[in-house]
Design a binder for this molecule. Structure first.
Ligand code: RB5
Length: 152
């Protein structure tokens, strides 16, 4: 299935972002790049996390991909946006499970200490995996949404 994907990175994830964009465009996905545009210039990961997460929270069928050096900063920042379930995946198993069980709408990746080919496999696995729709998973996701409401 072709997906609308918002993608962003900081300088630490820039190189992988560019390769992932080319890879996904070749597969026919619609990609919107929210920056950054350099691996040289230092940037703050919450800025791109915010741009991507707000789009994904608003457009329910869109998905997001965020890449920083470790994947950690992007995960923490994106999950501050209401409606976002950002999951960091470091192999295809964690990528698939984040869709099946958590209905993750943003995938976060590490752009350093990770071969590009691994990240490409992770992205492909994540994009094609559906949410399992099991009642227990729906119940747990509702509880996450309740945590967001409690925090207001
Ligand atoms: C930038 O050096 C680095 O801190 C960032 O890319 C990310 O790994 C933060 O979590």
């Amino acid at each position: 299935m072709k997906t609308l994907v918002y993608i962003g990175s900081d300088h630490g994830g820039y190189t992988h972002k560019q390769k992932i964009i080319a890879h996904l465009k070749k597969k026919g996905h619609a990609i919107i790049d929210k920056g950054v545009s350099s691996s040289e210039k230092s940037s703050d990961y919450p800025d791109q996390a915010s741009l991507v997460a707000k789009e994904v929270a608003e457009k329910k069928t869109a998905k997001g991909i965020l890449i920083c050096g470790t994947g950690i900063g992007m995960t923490i920042a994106a999950n501050k946006v209401k409606g976002i379930r950002a999951a960091m995946a470091y192999d295809t198993y964690s990528a698939k499970m984040s869709r099946q069980h958590n209905n993750a709408n943003i995938l976060t990746l590490k752009g350093r200490k990770m071969p590009l080919k691994n990240n490409l496999k992770i992205v492909d696995a994540w994009l094609k995996e559906p949410f399992s729709d099991g009642l227990r998973h729906k119940r747990r996701i509702k509880k996450i949404a309740q945590l967001e409401r409690d925090a207001l």
